[in-house]
Design a binder for this molecule. Structure first.
Ligand code: BGC
Length: 793
């Protein structure tokens, strides 16, 4: 068999930048049924009798049909030639530079000929207006085109990278950030963003951990929904709304070895309980687009995975938006070894449910002949075109194709002071205080001399992080500049680079040590530059790159008080720093206002309240290390040899999921439950009181975890099922309550039924996944099947 090798390399492009819920079973809605295979109660597969909820089942994303829209879409579809239909399913990459204003002649020819339905990477009110004019005035079908771009954490006003925003545990703030990103992008002519990225990542070697919300499906679901609401607003017809594209469907973060694009090995139960929930949350929140992922699952590449795309997304969840391929994803089926020739992979992808072919141009070039030869039903093409036309209609583009292309709005909104102020607020909320021995932080603003050391302290481009859309380094305030602004003339600031981020060059050490010796305190900025995380930027080591650790050791050896600011796109293994440096702030990449936000926290104008959305391993050898692991038959016990642990490092992470300190302290009281004996179907309210026992106002993220103590399949030791970020003044006491509903306790049983089983459940409440107080309740009655409408329906 001859496999056509696509000219992949020529298409792969990247510029450096492109780069409580409540337990409420409605008893009347449930019927009692007998299980399929009654069997004795052994561990090997009996199916207990279970009640089953009726109704729409798992179809959480079904929308009310709009008859008027359907008539309109049918009438447009009826007037299209086969080629024009496939044109609607074709997405071109912009050939015109990112910001116009030149008339994109090459694009215009294709638009005029009806060969293209959407563009990736063409931005600017003027250029998009001109291209839209060609579409609606000069093409035969007169269908407006969509302009798409990766607006991931800001368009021009760059916000913290998604992992940083997730560290805020503040969905309202994250939603605001996405709203602003959408408004700015839409004012620059865009209709569609390829965000949010909701891939669960348990392996920090994978470069794309920076783009998501970390390791947990509940936190990931909350963040996914917040971002979708932010991007899309209340109404897609709003000129400042962007279509959200949830990506990458699905399992992409499970790449073996942390190597991007790699094969995954995901058990069906893990897929449903860990990887799918953030997608379901996003489509429940109304996301109108989903992007397929590059990986395969169980031998089937996602671009040909009918069972998951048509089966789960469309049939089981009832979702009807646009499914877009990833960049050349359709063509890459050839490399996966599926299909064998270009026409076949095009057919396979369309048949699996991929509506839009990004960049490969296979649909347009090969599928007309496949339809004419009877190998591809026209109905499959029509369904995909309908989905594209519906979204164009929902955006109001048939009524006003130009409503995102306003140069006045573009001028008024781009990098507006109000947006920049929001970026600073979001940045402050995203910072995590990992360690603070002896109150080393905050620093006084009237220190005589402060040494700032580290290349990253003065790296504006890294401050923006990867996937910074059209962000510019000159818009960003570096950490060094932020510190200078904050202290004014009262403190002398000395700066030395010390060492490049990722080379073995130690020539700058001497100067770094010299200024440290002259200073009253040292701020040492360490980590990874922005191009070391995101797509295809995987690392086999999680250590500080280059000679930064040695630099830190030389600086600490001066005996001066040192605080470390980490700037990085993934959890790093930094045991030496954890042991030898009194204070460590995790800042990730915070965007245009990185410097001021870091200075706010460094000098105590803001009190850090972020928490880790990912565990920090002690060494890469522990990976994967995540909080919601299984107990095993031999749970780790440092005193017992034959238990699940290591000889050379503790089995625990350096810093656990949910960890983060404050300049104040919080004392938790034991949680109380509304009931400790529940009948199957009841909800239980968990209340916990906490008091700010320190001297500063501060934020605490109260976290609720639950464990199903005994199941017919093993359950994780903890599962996050609620959280709330609260602000407390000194001495203030607050009670936070969470309601646990059946869906919060449910899991996929031996027969892959989504059930709650009777038995005991342990509830843990506290300020991190390991710093918790517990309570227990029992659910009595019969196993109940509950619809799986996601963790946040
Ligand atoms: C990435 C996607 C991105 C697309 C378009 C791909 O390489 O995997 O996340 O949306 O490019 O830029």
């Amino acid at each position: 068999m001859t496999i056509m090798r696509p000219a992949l390399a020529s298409l792969l492009r990247r510029t450096p930048f492109a780069a409580t819920s409540a337990v409420l079973f409605v008893l009347s809605a449930c019927t009692t049924t007998t299980g399929r295979t009654p069997a004795p109660l052994t561990t090997s597969g009996s199916t207990p009798t279970a009640r089953v909820a009726t109704g729409d089942g798992d179809r959480s994303a079904v929308r009310t049909p709009d008859a008027r829209m359907e008539r309109f879409v049918d009438s447009v579809l009826a007037g299209l030639t086969l080629e024009e239909k496939l044109g609607q399913l074709t997405q071109y990459r912009g050939q015109f530079g990112l910001t116009g204003p030149q008339t994109p002649e090459a694009g215009a020819v294709d638009i005029r000929a009806g060969r293209v339905g959407s563009f990736l990477g063409v931005v600017g009110a003027a250029v998009t207006r001109e291209m839209q004019r060609v579409a609606v005035e000069e093409s035969r079908a007169k269908i407006p085109v969509l302009f798409a771009h990766d607006v991931v954490h800001g368009f021009r006003t760059i916000f913290p990278v998604p992992l940083a925003e997730a560290s805020s545990w503040d969905p309202a703030a994250v939603q605001r950030a996405a709203r602003i990103a959408a408004a700015e992008g839409a004012a620059n002519g865009l209709h569609w963003t390829f965000a949010p990225m909701v891939d669960i990542a348990r392996d920090p070697r994978w470069g794309r951990v920076v783009e998501g919300s970390g390791e947990d499906p509940y936190l990931g679901s909350v963040m996914a929904a917040a971002r979708v609401r932010g991007y899309q607003g209340n109404d897609l017809r709003d000129s400042l709304a962007l279509i959200a594209s949830v990506k990458h469907f699905v399992g992409y973060g499970a790449a073996e070895g942390g190597r991007d694009y790699n094969t995954t090995d995901i058990p069906a139960r893990t897929l449903r309980e860990i990887y799918l929930p953030p997608f379901q949350a996003a489509v429940n929140a109304g996301a109108r687009s989903v992007m397929a992922s590059f990986n395969e699952i169980d031998g089937v590449p996602m671009h040909a995975n009918r069972a998951l795309i048509d089966g789960v997304l469309r049939d089981r969840w009832g979702w009807d938006g646009i499914l877009v391929s990833d960049y050349t994803g359709v063509m890459e089926l050839l490399n996966h070894g599926i299909g064998g020739d270009t026409a076949t992979v095009g057919r396979l992808a369309l048949d699996a449910g991929i509506d839009v072919d990004m960049v490969s141009k296979i649909y347009f070039s090969y599928l007309p002949a496949e339809v004419r030869a009877g190998r591809l039903p026209l109905a499959a093409v029509d369904s995909a075109v309908r989905r594209v036309l519906r979204v164009k209609y929902e955006m109001g583009l048939f009524a006003d194709p130009y409503h995102h292309s306003s140069e006045a709005r573009e001028r008024a909104l781009t990098l507006s002071p109000a947006y920049v102020a929001e970026a600073r607020d979001m940045a402050r909320r995203s910072i995590v205080l990992l360690k603070n021995s002896g109150g080393a932080l905050p620093l006084s603003k009237s220190l005589g001399t402060l040494a700032v050391i580290g290349t990253l302290a003065d790296d504006a481009r890294s401050a923006l992080g990867n996937w910074a859309a059209v962000g510019r380094p000159e818009d960003a305030v570096t950490i060094l500049a932020g510190i200078r602004q904050a202290v004014g003339s009262r403190t002398r600031i000395l700066y030395a680079q010390g060492a490049p981020v990722d080379s073995a060059d130690t020539t700058g050490f001497a100067q770094a040590v010299r200024i440290a010796r002259q200073a009253d305190a040292v701020v040492l900025v360490l980590g990874e530059h922005q191009d070391m995380s995101a797509e295809a930027r995987n690392r086999a080591s999680l250590d500080l790159p280059g000679v930064q650790l040695q630099l830190a050791q030389a600086v600490v050896a001066t005996g001066k008080p040192v605080v470390v600011i980490l700037e990085n796109g993934r959890p790093l293994s930094i045991p030496w720093l954890a042991d030898h440096v009194p204070a460590i702030l995790e800042t990730w990449y915070l965007g245009v206002q990185m410097g001021p936000a870091v200075a706010d926290v460094l000098f105590g104008d803001a009190n850090p309240g972020g928490k880790l959305p990912v565990s920090f391993p002690r060494t890469v050898g522990q990976v994967p290390v995540y909080y919601n692991h299984k107990n095993t038959g031999r749970p780790p016990d440092e005193r017992e040899r034959y238990t699940s642990k290591y000889l050379d490092v503790p089995w625990t992470p350096q810093w656990a999921f949910g960890h983060g300190l404050s300049y104040t302290t919080f004392a938790y009281e034991p949680p109380t439950l509304s009931a400790t004996q529940l009948t199957m179907g009841d909800s239980v309210v968990v209340r916990v009181a906490l008091t700010n026992t320190g001297t500063r106002a501060g934020d605490e993220v109260v976290q609720l975890y639950v464990r199903d103590d005994v199941g017919r399949v093993t359950r994780p030791v903890k599962m996050l099922r609620g959280f709330e970020r609260v602000s407390l003044t000194p001495g203030e006491r607050r009670t936070v309550s969470f309601t646990l509903r059946p869906r919060d306790l449910a899991f996929y049983d031996l027969d892959m039924r989504h059930v709650v089983e009777p038995g005991t459940f342990t509830v843990y409440v506290g300020g991190s996944s390991v710093d918790v107080r517990e309570a227990r309740f029992r659910v009595t009655g019969t196993t109940m099947v509950v619809p799986d409408r996601g963790l946040i329906p």
